[in-house]
Structures are given as structure tokens and as C-alpha cells.
Design a protein around this ligand. Structure first.
Ligand code: ADP
Ligand code: ZN
Length: 601
């Protein structure tokens, strides 16, 4: 794409990418990097980071090197660029020797606009030599938070990327990430020697994502209801903590008619790759996965992300839920959360290897997440506050839509804590609740707990309400799981003032079960008439055919949103079609006639 270097960034955005305008700070970033400046870009998933280096790549002389840890996705990213007429290639371990040679030759000859490389490949002496003989436009370091050593995606290879600055000091670098906490930001700057880089921080809000955290009652059925009632036939990701649970949940969903596939690191590479690519390419696949799945999933039309287990931190939660709704259309981030989750995560920290300091970091991170789960205020305000951003209640999270009732749980908390104390701090919630409710069992008899003065003092609350109380006590730090006795709860330093009645305790009330009925929110949001919906189906069928022929994912041909806009606006001619977002010059040339034929039919 040599002839375009004299176009303005905006012209390029329109002609090559088919977008009418820049989003947020994209233009500023593009201009800064195209002018030779270093940049650190913090933008949420779906914010539009790719354009921040793709446009400077076209504007500057030479080839842009894009470092990305996700070799599985390089192929799709390159395919998408080629659709736009951009000269792109990738270099990773999936290529054979001949392909590598051809690629290196193209790089030396200046025949590439963008080259995607895995970090370990970039650091090979042979590659560095090749770079020295080529014209390099810029280095883009994607997923830059991989340099953060205590982060959730640490990649040792990333630490070596500071070499780029030493060897090619005149080449501008742009580092990009969706992880926003200040510590990670500082670590990226320090480890990549980006001290002179301009830092661009976008709002981390994802307004189209609706956050919901429900009390875990019967998690699988709660999930199934979510899928059936709100996301029938739509793509989604379900996160579980263990491989076993992934397999069981996927099988259970399949037996209930959901097109679900498992994904975890214990599966063989072939089926793992197969499931990932089916999720990416087919319509409406639900992947049930451990967090091994997802880094770099850039499928734009994931309509929901569900957590059946608690993540470890807000960063993790935000990154995982951020995979929903990258196309900007409505999407759900849904989590079921209960006492067992809190106990499990606290125990995992206790048992984790590593220094005292490391464990303290984990505790602080978990506490922040528990605060999000237990808040009676807006979830989004909490999330954004964690990333240092002030905001007002959003109107698009469960607590905004149906404010939870809180109640004065001071008495209940006292009863629960004294029950833990009187029974010797050796029992889990199930037994404690039996004692509180005065339910005689083999165990209460065996341990003589029926004679205690706490036996039966909590008969006024039912079992679910008590579980809710215990969960919040552990989440708030008034009780904790015992390191040594599995499932047992014990008191903490914070328990005493509550026990003595010196500290009032507010708690969230158990949420009522709702029988919500609604049609798929994305279809509703598109607001199509039935005739237009018919056209949309035809457009999708045509797209699927194209995608199969070219063996690329459907969204690489055209995005859902673009098809929806065509279906609702009925463009009459090529000019009108070219005005639609997502259709640039190349796509207009290639697909314009076929699309118009469908519209005019
Ligand atoms: P990120 O890498 O930040 O997660 P992407 O670069 O993948 O985000 O962009 C997310 C989506 O937004 C893509 O579908 C992309 O085509 C779209 N997009 C990016 N910038 C614009 C823009 N200026 N106008 C319209 N759509 C855009
Ligand atoms: Zn809200």
C-alpha cells in the first residue's frame, strides 16, 4: 500500500477501513506515533486499539512489527487486513522453513505493511539480524501487561522486549493493553523503558456490557435460564475454575440442547484448537472453559460471558468479561457467586506458594473483587473506581436496575459468629446453620451441640438466608476459612467488635428469584422489522458462504453491525453502500454488487 502514504489519517480510516470517524483518542495516538513518538495506550477491550498501530503502519515508511503473544489469532488478524487490501503477514512456529524464508525476504524487500510476530521469535538472533537489514516503521507491543510479573498473564519472553529500544532507538514504539491498574501501568513503563512515551488513557467503561452478579443457588440451572431466555443461539463464554467442572458443565449444557464445547489446558492440542476455531468461526457456539481460554479471542459478537466460579481479581474479571460485546452491541457479564466461592478462593491463597508479600497482594486483590460482589451500589461505579476512574450510577447493571435491599444484620452476624466460637471454630457452614436453626442431626448429637445456648437461636431465618449471612461474613473479613480444617470457619481480629455488639453490620438481602421474560436483547436492540430481519438472514447466509469459500471467520468478511445497518437502511447504490460503517474501498469493490443484489431483490 505504498501509494497511500500521502493521505491523511482520516482519509485512510475511511478508504481502507471504511469507518466514518475516529473513536476517542485514536486520532491523537495515530498522529503521535506516525510522527515518530513512543506511546503507551490503555484502552478497554473492544476500544479500538488495533487501529492505533495499523494506521501509523500505513502512514510510515517500512514495515510495522506487531508483537503479540497469541499465535492462534495472528492468522485471523492477517486475514482481516488482507481483506482490506493491506499487505500483512505473520511469523510464528506454525510456519515451515520455506514460508519463514519467504516472509523474511518480503520484509527485507519492503513488501509488507505489517508483520505479526511472537515475542520469542522476535528475540532470535536471526530475526534481529533480519530487522537490522530492513526498514522498520514501528514496533507495536500488544498485550503489553504480559511484562507484569505478578499479573495474570505474565510472559517471561516479554521482559526481553526492552532490547528493541536498545537496538533500534530511532524506531517508535507503541505498547497497548486493556489492563488498567496503576501498578501494571508503571511496570510496563519501567520494564519496556517507555519513560519518554506519551501515555494515552481512555475511559475503561464498556457501556454496552450489563454487569450482573447473582446469588448462587443452583448455578447450572441459573445459567441455562440465562442462555435460554436471553441468549438463545448466541455465542458466549462460560468460565469455570477446574477442568473437571468445565467438562461436566459442557456435557450438561449439551444434554440440554445448548451448542456447547469444552476448552481447557488438559485437552489435547488438536481438539483444543478445533474448539477455539469453531467458536471463532461458527455462529452461536458456547465455549465452557478455564481461564486458559480467551487471551486474544477477538470475536466481536460474543453476547455473554458467564462466571460459574469466582475469578481471583477485578483485573481478571474485567478482562474476562471484556470479551463480551466488542462490537458495541448489548452484551451480558453474568456471574453466580456463593459462600463456597469465597471459602475456596481464600483457601487457595492460604495454600499458594510464594512469599508473604505475594500472598498479601492476592488477598488485597480478592478483597476488592468481593467488595464488587457484595456492593449494594452500582457495579460499574465500583469497577471504574478500581481503575481510578470516577463515574455515576450507570443504569445498566443489576444493582442499578433492581437496587438490592439491605438489612441490619448486626444481630444475625453476632449469632453466627458466636455459633462459630461456641462450637470450637471447627465446623463449616452446613453444620453451623443446623445448630443455629436448631435442627437435630447425627452430628449435633455426637458433638453435644444441642446443649449449647446457640442451638436454635437462629430459627427465624431460613437456610438460604443463613448461607447468605455466612458468605458476607467471610467476604467482609469477619470470619475466615481455617487453613488446616477443610471447610471449617473461624473468627478473625475483626470479629470481636461485631460479637460484642460494638459494630453494626449492613448486609445485602438474598435476591428474589426472578422469572424474567425477554427476547434476545441484541435482536430487540437492532429494532428490525420482520422484512428487514428476513433480509438480515439472507445477508448472513451470503456471508457464511463467502467465509467458507475463503476459509476465514464470518466477521472478517463483514461485521454483524454492518449487516444490520444494510438490512435497516436499504442502500440503493454503491455510494450509499459505501457510507455504511465497516465498508471500505476494497470491500465495496469486492462485495458491493453482491450486497446490492440482495438488497434490491
Ligand atoms: P481492541 O483491540 O481494543 O480490543 P479492536 O481494535 O479489535 O479493539 O476494535 C474493536 C472493534 O471496534 C473492531 O470491530 C473494530 O473494527 C471497531 N472499531 C475500531 N475503531 C473504530 C472506529 N473508529 N469506528 C468504527 N469502528 C471501529
Ligand atoms: Zn450500575
Amino acid at each position: 500500500m505504498n501509494a497511500i502514504a500521502d493521505q491523511s489519517p482520516l482519509q485512510l480510516l475511511r478508504t481502507v477501513f471504511g469507518h466514518p470517524a475516529f473513536r476517542g483518542s485514536q486520532e491523537e495516538i495515530v498522529t503521535h506515533v506516525a510522527g515518530g513518538g513512543d506511546a503507551l495506550v490503555l484502552m478497554p477491550t473492544g476500544g479500538g486499539k488495533s487501529l492505533c498501530y495499523q494506521l501509523p503502519a500505513l502512514l510510515r515508511d517500512g514495515t510495522a512489527l506487531v508483537v503479540s503473544p497469541l499465535i492462534a489469532l495472528m492468522q485471523d488478524q492477517v486475514a482481516a487486513l488482507k481483506q482490506l487490501g493491506v499487505r500483512a503477514a505473520f511469523l510464528n512456529s506454525t510456519l515451515d522453513g520455506r514460508e519463514v524464508n519467504a516472509c523474511e525476504k518480503a520484509l527485507r524487500n519492503g513488501e509488507l505493511d505489517l508483520l505479526y510476530v511472537a515475542p520469542e521469535r522476535l528475540m532470535m538472533p536471526r530475526m534481529l539480524d533480519c530487522l537490522a537489514e530492513s526498514k522498520i516503521a514501528l514496533f507495536a507491543i500488544d498485550e503489553a501487561h504480559c511484562v507484569a510479573q505478578w499479573g495474570h498473564d505474565f510472559r517471561p519472553e516479554y521482559l526481553q522486549l526492552s532490547v528493541l529500544h536498545e537496538q533500534f532507538p530511532q524506531v517508535p514504539r507503541i505498547a497497548l493493553t486493556a489492563t488498567a491498574d496503576p501498578q501494571t501501568r508503571e511496570e510496563i513503563i519501567r520494564r519496556l523503558a517507555l519513560d519518554d512515551a506519551r501515555v494515552f488513557i481512555s475511559s475503561f467503561d464498556r457501556p454496552n456490557i450489563r454487569y450482573t452478579i447473582v446469588d448462587k443457588l443452583d448455578a447450572r440451572n441459573q445459567l441455562l435460564r440465562l442462555i435460554r431466555e436471553e441468549h438463545k443461539g448466541e455465542a458466549g463464554i462460560v468460565y469455570c475454575l477446574s477442568r473437571k467442572k468445565v467438562d461436566e458443565t459442557a456435557a450438561w449444557l449439551v444434554s440440554h440442547g445448548v451448542h456447547a464445547l469444552p476448552y481447557h489446558a488438559g485437552m489435547d492440542t488438536v481438539s483444543r484448537a478445533d474448539h477455539q476455531s469453531r467458536f471463532q468461526r461458527e455462529d452461536g457456539v458456547v465455549v465452557v472453559a478455564t481461564i486458559a481460554f480467551g487471551m486474544g479471542i477477538d470475536k466481536p459478537d460474543v453476547r455473554f460471558v458467564a462466571h460459574l466460579d469466582l475469578p481471583k481479581s477485578i483485573e481478571g474479571y474485567y478482562q474476562e468479561t471484556g470479551r463480551a460485546g466488542r462490537d458495541g452491541a448489548p452484551a451480558d457479564a453474568w456471574m453466580a457467586y456463593g459462600l463456597g466461592d469465597v471459602v475456596q478462593q481464600r483457601r487457595m491463597i492460604d495454600q499458594s506458594e510464594g512469599s508473604e508479600e505475594y500472598r498479601r497482594v492476592l488477598v488485597v486483590k480478592l478483597d476488592a473483587l468481593l467488595g464488587l460482589c457484595e456492593t449494594a451500589g452500582c457495579r460499574r461505579v465500583r469497577l471504574l473506581d478500581y481503575f481510578g476512574e470516577a463515574s455515576v450510577p450507570c443504569g445498566n447493571c443489576d444493582t442499578c436496575l433492581e437496587p438490592p435491599q439491605t438489612w441490619d444484620a448486626t444481630e444475625a452476624a453476632r449469632k453466627a459468629l458466636s455459633c462459630i466460637y461456641r462450637t470450637g471454630q471447627r465446623f463449616g457452614a452446613v453444620h453451623l446453620i443446623d445448630v443455629l436453626r436448631g435442627r437435630a442431626t447425627e452430628r449435633t448429637a455426637q458433638w453435644g451441640h444441642e446443649q449449647l445456648n446457640v442451638f436454635g437461636i437462629g430459627a427465624d431465618l431460613d437456610e438460604a438466608a443463613w448461607r447468605n449471612v455466612f458468605r458476607q461474613l467471610v467476604a467482609l473479613g469477619f470470619a475466615e476459612p481455617d487453613h488446616d480444617a477443610y471447610g471449617a470457619l473461624k473468627l478473625t481480629d475483626a470479629s470481636r467488635p461485631v460479637l460484642k455488639g460494638e459494630q453494626p453490620v449492613e448486609m445485602r438481602q438474598l435476591q428474589p428469584r426472578k422469572g424474567k421474560v425477554s427476547k434476545s436483547r441484541s435482536a430487540a436492540a437492532a429494532g428490525l422489522s420482520s422484512a428487514d430481519a428476513g433480509l438480515l438472514d439472507q445477508l448472513k447466509a451470503w456471508r457464511l458462504e463467502q467465509a467458507r469459500e475463503q476459509s476465514v471467520p464470518a466477521y472478517v468478511i463483514l461485521h454483524d453491525r454492518t449487516l444490520a445497518e444494510i438490512a435497516s437502511s436499504h442502500p440503493r447504490d454503491i455510494d450509499a453502500l459505501g457510507m455504511i460503517s465497516g465498508i471500505g474501498a476494497k470491500k465495496l469493490e469486492r462485495y458491493g454488487a453482491a450486497l446490492l443484489a440482495l438488497v434490491n431483490d
